[in-house]
Write a protein that binds this ligand. Sequence first.
Ligand code: SAM
Length: 236
Amino acid sequence: MASGPEEERVRPPGVEDDDERPQLSAAAALALREFLEQRVEGEKGDGDKPELVAEDWRLSQFWYDDRTARELAAEVARLASSLPGAAAVACVACPTLYAYLKKTSPDVPAQLLEYDERFGRYGGDFTFYDYNRPEELPPAMEHAYRIVVADPPYLSQECLEKVAKTVSFLAPPEGSFLLLLTGEVQTDQALELLDVRPCGFKPQHSNKLGNMFRLFTNYDPADRLGGWDRSDGASI
Ligand SMILES: C[S@@+](CC[C@H](N)C(=O)[O-])C[C@H]1O[C@@H](n2cnc3c(N)ncnc32)[C@H](O)[C@@H]1O
């Protein structure tokens, strides 16, 4: 039988015939495919935006919009660089801030305290946290954070009281920089429980919320984040 062009094809040296290639077992091939898919998932962030998990509204998850997350991350990084040593940051129920901080300032040590176990993807930076058990946290975290940012899941006094206990647990006795993100309706309780005041900067969310949200701080950011809001009605 005359040999056709198929049979005449010459393999370059070093290139194996298909049959000679090492074959993966079905289990190994599946594991490899999952690994590659996860890697693509992790890299999907749009430019310098981190990849975020989908919001689960049953857990009161409402992610910041890009500008809000960026401005908060920049403020936290600035505070961290103003403190001696490697000032640790506790992100209490604010996973978007954690993700942006890690993307923009990876050297700032940050810990995410979260109820949603999907954030276990952050490995040792994730600590399971339920605000109903405000101080049920690893002993090593007690008084270990010079910067604490908290965004409680609910706009209730009960929730804020418990989160305030967590903040006291995390912050050292000499004090910490505290940033609280919550509804404007919590202004009086926030001052009473945490001694924080509203800033001019208004946090926004990717999906618009009906409630007006505010950023409260225990220090005056002055020319950043609109400084403390000294307009009529703000408790300064
Ligand atoms: C209002 S969202 C704040 C998220 C923030 N805007 C962000 O973009 O990172 C409240 C967070 O509280 C978390 N959460 C829900 N139930 C909780 C619970 N029982 N204890 C602690 N955190 C909880 C949610 O998973 C959610 O991330």
